[in-house]
Design a protein around this ligand. Structure first.
Ligand SMILES: [Zn+2]
Length: 239
């Protein structure tokens, strides 16, 4: 999917009461965001759930753009420790442009202006990976990033909105990613008001994510939505 850009891999752009945060800027993030009039210099933070290329490919250009090439220094980058390891995904010169790099750790909470988020549990994935649970005002929502299924996902991401990275239709036991059956378990366990699916693999794309979402809605009684490029979701719609 990423190699062919059948769906874009630019990540998710949050605007929470005016604080703008970019999550997982994969390849094309700069192209997709400028095309949609999202201005990188308005970002306050960039968060990487993990170092894999489809989540971090454009982190350097997005950090450059956030700081207008260093002329408007500000903002922070949040990432797991191994993203800064022997093969860092962030160029070292960018550290002079930003306010700092924060290392994500299991069970910690972080603050960006009036927004707090936690990284409640380390995921089962080939590199160090965390999902995110945000709190802003009275709203709570979770981003369940790449992972193999494990039961603790349910207790750790309880919130009224969940965004889930789902790759497969059928379980693929050799690969640490969620399949549709796992997602059904998670949605039934958490019972959010809304679940948004994203990060489809080719197999899932061929099965039509919007049809998969409809089937999950029927099975779970929860509103399940298949994300598409450029889709916007308003937290106010949660009621
Ligand atoms: Zn990954």
């Amino acid at each position: 999917m990423v190699a062919n850009q059948i769906q874009a891999s630019g990540g998710m752009w949050l605007n929470l009461n005016g604080t703008e945060i970019l999550i997982d800027p994969g390849p094309g993030s700069i192209v997709q965001s400028t095309k949609r009039n999202l201005q990188a210099d308005k970002l306050t933070a960039i968060i990487l759930s993990h170092r894999h290329l489809d989540h971090s490919g454009d982190v350097n250009i997005m950090a450059e753009a956030m700081t207008q090439g260093g002329f408007k220094p500000h903002g922070r980058i949040f990432l797991p420790a191994d993203a800064l390891g022997p093969e860092p995904v962030v160029f070292s010169y960018l550290k002079e442009y930003i306010d700092g790099i924060e290392v994500l750790q299991e069970g910690k909470s972080y603050q960006i202006n009036h927004i707090s988020f936690t990284t409640p549990v380390r995921h089962v994935h080939t590199v160090e990976t965390y999902g995110l649970k945000f709190r802003v005002g009275s709203y709570e929502f979770s981003y369940i990033a790449d992972t193999r299924y494990f039961d603790k996902l349910i207790e750790n991401y309880r919130s009224e909105l969940i965004i889930i990275n789902v790759v497969f239709v059928e379980n693929h036991f050799k690969v640490d990613h969620l399949a549709v059956g796992d997602v059904e378990k998670i949605i039934s366990g958490i019972k959010p008001k809304v679940a948004i699916l994203t990060h489809y693999g080719m197999q899932l794309w061929k099965a039509h994510p919007w049809e998969v979402a409809e089937q999950l809605t029927q099975k779970t009684g929860i509103q399940v939505v298949a994300a598409r490029d450029g889709m916007q979701y308003d937290l106010g719609d949660l009621g």
